[in-house]
Design a protein around this ligand. Structure first.
Ligand code: AMP
Ligand code: MG
Length: 370
């Protein structure tokens, strides 16, 4: 009996082994030239991938990533609006009704944010921190379960409207803000894109020209992954599991680092009476923006891409195209509440089927916005 079943047993073993091999072929093979690290920073998961010219550079790449991680920790400490750090101190001075001096290290982000806010027609609004806090979206773990009282929203909106939109000179300091009680600065909608761009630059300066930095959907990449391009997944805003909305794989490595930044209503939200209340607030109403559930911006500037992705969501289905134009963004896509995708003409030129640079998930409805 045993002798007769032996050939069958052997055949089964061979088939199982072949099956395993096939499965392994599908999985990304171990590549000694790819160095990757993931860690938490800026309230999100950050991943850094470096593709080496030669596997012998691995130790140098690890050291460069260590530096990048340290830089990000310092950046985070300076720019978080609450708790400890320079921006939190500045926000506390504003709360006390004082004029706040902008420390030198914070000036670049303040100045860039003021400029981008203006370009967005005020839809990207970095002075929105008090409203963010009122809605409870400053909290990472304990969200509210009901919207805040309407009177509180109106009160903060009035203060925001009355407050200056720009920085002021204040001898001997080059820049101050306020006094403007009620204004709390929050760079949550721009800092991750700016930081990702900065890190790709730092890694390039350390000799690593083929990198991706992804800070919770704020992605900047340069070069390519060995002989082929990097493949970037754009998250589906209602993805069960890891479903992607689209994948992007440029035919040529970009001339300069390219940012692909996605903002969505799924990052932080609570539900109340069947409605989703999410963390991107419309500065005109003081409430979560309605109409678009995700926006992705492609640009050679991480800060712009990040600020613009947020602004497009606030602009909504009727105005996102104009807002993109005003901000100088020509490659973007948005998803509306029905799940329909709209793409700018410049990005649509890169989109299509199997050979296209931007490939949408099967069965997805997408159209080109005029
Ligand atoms: P993002 O994920 O880049 O869209 O940024 C969202 C974060 O930016 C929120 O968690 C808030 O901290 C802040 N924020 C919310 N609404 C706005 C807005 N209209 N303009 C600028 N920042 C905002
Ligand atoms: Mg943003």
């Amino acid at each position: 009996m045993i002798r007769r079943s032996l050939p069958w047993l052997l055949l089964v073993l061979v088939l199982v082994a072949l099956g395993l091999r096939n499965r392994n072929n599908d999985a990304p093979a171990y590549d000694p030239r790819l160095v990757e690290r993931e860690f938490f920073a800026l309230g999100t998961l950050v991943s850094i991938s470096v593709y080496l010219q030669d596997a012998s550079q691995a130790a140098a790449a690890e050291a460069a990533i260590n530096e990048a991680q340290l830089w990000l920790e310092r950046f985070e400490r300076r720019h978080r609006p609450w708790g400890e750090g320079e921006l939190a101190d500045l926000n506390r001075a504003l709360l006390r009704g004082e004029q706040a001096v902008i420390p030198g290290e914070l000036r670049p982000l303040f100045e860039r944010s003021v400029e981008l806010s203006k370009a967005s027609g005020g839809l990207f609004e970095p002075r929105i921190g008090a409203l963010v806090k009122l809605w409870g979206f400053d909290e990472e773990t304990h969200l509210r379960s009901t919207p805040p009282p309407a009177d509180d929203i109106v009160g903060l909106m009035q203060k925001l409207r009355a407050a200056p939109a720009t920085l002021s000179a204040c001898n001997p300091h080059p820049a101050c803000y306020g006094a403007a009680a009620g204004v709390q600065w929050d760079f949550g909608a721009i800092a991750k894109g700016l930081a990702a761009q900065e890190l790709v630059g730092q890694l390039a300066a350390a000799g690593f020209a083929n990198t991706i930095v992804n800070a919770g959907g704020n992605l900047v990449f340069s070069g390519q992954r060995g002989e082929r391009s990097w493949r970037i997944g754009i998250r589906h805003p209602r993805a069960p599991g890891a479903r992607t909305l689209a994948t992007f794989a440029p035919r040529e490595p970009p001339q300069a680092a390219l940012a692909v930044v996605t903002s969505g209503d799924y990052e932080r939200y609570f539900e109340h009476e069947g409605r989703r209340y999410h963390h991107i607030l419309d500065p005109r109403t003081g409430a979560p923006a309605r109409g678009l559930i995700s926006a992705t911006v492609f640009a050679h500037d991480g800060a712009l891409a990040d600020a613009a992705a947020t602004a497009l969501i606030v602009a909504g289905p009727a105005h996102w195209r104009d807002t993109a134009r005003r901000m100088g963004v020509d490659q973007a896509l948005v998803v509306d509440e029905s799940g329909a995708v709209q793409v700018t003409p410049a990005l649509a030129a890169r989109a299509g089927d199997a050979d296209a640079e931007l490939r949408f998930a099967e069965g997805l409805r997408w159209s080109v916005a005029p």
